[in-house]
Ligand binder design. Structure first.
Ligand code: CU
Length: 205
């Protein structure tokens, strides 16, 4: 509401400088209708976004998940959880995760659908701020496979699964509050070299 009022005020100033400089309250209502046309748009858009965010939870198979630039879909979310795949081709099956703001905790399950062992084609899911990804990835690489390519007790890591090989499945849950602000956030695979292809955005809506 404040933004809308400011927008109207700003528009009123742009369209009627005299009204603002004179500071006559009577002028404002005359200018307002001019600005009123664009102003309601953000207010009306908000409920639609909320509806879209809730739709995946309500129906298990949202028809058209938004495709990202690399052609992979957004993760399907059901009951504050999502499951996606990692493959022997060093790929996740999705490109982004949108966590419903109504969720307190969120669960990510990674299923490795390949056959290669963890030493050759291990996958995990690590969540950090996008700006921390590169450094966390490097420290994970240094930590080595015995530590799942994750530096122990790294405060930059919001959540991570264990490292798995072909045929295995792993999950992790974390409080949604941890990624509500201060983003953008990224999920990636910390197996050496994999984050070049295996990464995506995770956000709350
Ligand atoms: Cu990987």
């Amino acid at each position: 509401m404040i933004n809308t009022k400011l927008g109207i005020l700003a528009a009123a100033c742009a369209f009627a400088l005299a009204a603002c400089s004179d500071k006559q309250p009577a002028e404002a209502p005359e200018a307002a209708p001019t600005a009123a046309t664009p102003a309601p748009a953000p207010t009306e858009a908000a409920p639609q976004d909320s509806m879209q965010a809730m739709t995946p939870a309500a129906s298990p198979a949202p028809a058209t998940p938004a495709a990202a630039a690399n052609g992979k879909p957004t993760a399907q979310v059901t009951d504050c959880s999502t499951e996606f795949e990692g493959t022997d081709a060093m790929q996740y099956s999705i490109s982004s995760i949108v966590v419903p703001a109504s969720c307190t905790d969120f669960k990510i399950t990674l299923k490795h659908t390949g056959k290669l062992p963890v030493a050759a084609m291990g996958h995990d899911v690590v969540i950090t701020k996008t700006s921390d990804m590169e450094a966390v990835d490097a420290d994970g690489r240094a930590a080595g496979q015995d530590n799942g390519y994750v530096k122990a007790d790294d405060p930059r890591i919001i959540a991570h699964t264990k490292l798995i090989g072909g045929g295995e499945t792993t999950s992790v849950s974390f409080p949604v509050s941890k990624i509500k602000d201060g983003g953008p956030y990224t999920f990636f695979c910390s197996f050496p070299g994999h984050s070049a292809l295996m990464k995506g955005s995770i956000s709350v809506q």
